[in-house]
Design a binder for this molecule. Structure first.
Ligand code: AMP
Length: 190
C-alpha cells in the first residue's frame, strides 16, 4: 500500500498534483479542505462549525479534523492507498494519523513537500480566487493569515516526518508536468 502525505503551503499546487498522482497510482484522495467544503455545501453541523475557522483562514480544531479523517479512512474499502492532501497540518494531527494507521496495520510511505516562495503563493491563490469561489482565496488579509498559520503550526509537521526519515522536498515552481515527474520519481522509490 502507498500512503503519501502531500505537503506544502496554501497555493503550492497540492490539489493539482494530487489529481496527477491519483490518475497514475490509483490512490484514494483524502483532502481535508475538500471534505470540509463538501460539508459546508451540504449545510451539515460539521460544515457550520468548520466555516467560522475556514473563513478566517484559521485551522479547524484538531479533534474535529482527526475524527473526520478517521471516518473517511474507515469507510474506504479496497484501496491501493491514500494521498493525504492538506492533512496533517499540526504535529498533533500527524501523531494521531500514525496511531490510526498503525491500528490498521498501515503506515505512511513518505511525505512529499512542494516548495514555493511566498510571493508566488500569493499570486497563485489570488488567481485561483477568481474562479474557485473560495472566500479564503479572495481576501489579502485572509491569504496572509493562512500563510502565517502554515509557518507557525504546519511547518513543524515536515520536521516530524524528517525525523522518521520520510521527508522529500521538491521544487514546486515550474511546469506542472515537470513537477509531477519529480514527484513520480520519489513515489517510485518507495
Ligand atoms: P485547504 O483546501 O487545504 O487549503 O483548506 C481550507 C481550510 O480548511 C483551511 O484554511 C482550514 O481552515 C481548513 N482545514 C483544511 N484541512 C485542515 C486541517 N488538516 N486542519 C485544520 N484545518 C484544516
Amino acid at each position: 500500500m502507498l500512503n503519501i502525505v502531500l505537503f506544502g503551503p496554501p497555493g503550492a499546487g497540492k490539489g493539482t498534483q494530487s489529481e496527477n498522482i491519483i490518475a497514475k497510482y490509483g490512490l484514494t484522495h483524502l483532502s481535508t479542505g475538500d471534505l470540509f467544503r463538501k460539508h459546508l455545501g451540504e449545510g451539515t453541523s460539521l460544515g457550520k462549525l468548520a466555516k467560522g475557522y475556514m473563513d478566517q483562514g484559521h485551522l479547524v480544531p484538531d479533534e474535529v479534523v482527526i475524527k473526520m479523517v478517521e471516518d473517511k479512512i474507515s469507510s474506504t474499502k479496497e484501496t491501493k492507498g491514500f494521498i493525504f492532501d492538506g492533512f496533517p497540518r499540526t504535529t498533533a494531527q500527524a501523531n494521531a494519523l500514525d496511531e490510526m494507521l498503525s491500528g490498521l496495520e498501515m503506515k505512511i510511505s513518505g511525505m512529499i513537500a512542494l516548495d514555493v516562495p511566498q510571493d508566488i503563493l500569493k499570486e497563485r491563490i489570488k488567481e485561483r480566487g477568481k474562479t474557485s469561489g473560495r472566500a479564503d482565496d479572495q481576501d489579502e488579509e485572509k491569504i496572509n493569515t493562512r500563510i502565517k498559520v502554515y509557518l507557525a503550526e504546519t511547518l513543524p509537521v515536515a520536521e516530524y516526518y524528517e525525523k522518521q526519515g520520510k521527508f522529500q522536498n521538491i521544487n514546486g515552481v515550474g511546469k506542472i508536468d515537470e513537477i509531477f515527474g519529480q514527484i513520480s520519481k520519489v513515489i517510485d522509490s518507495y
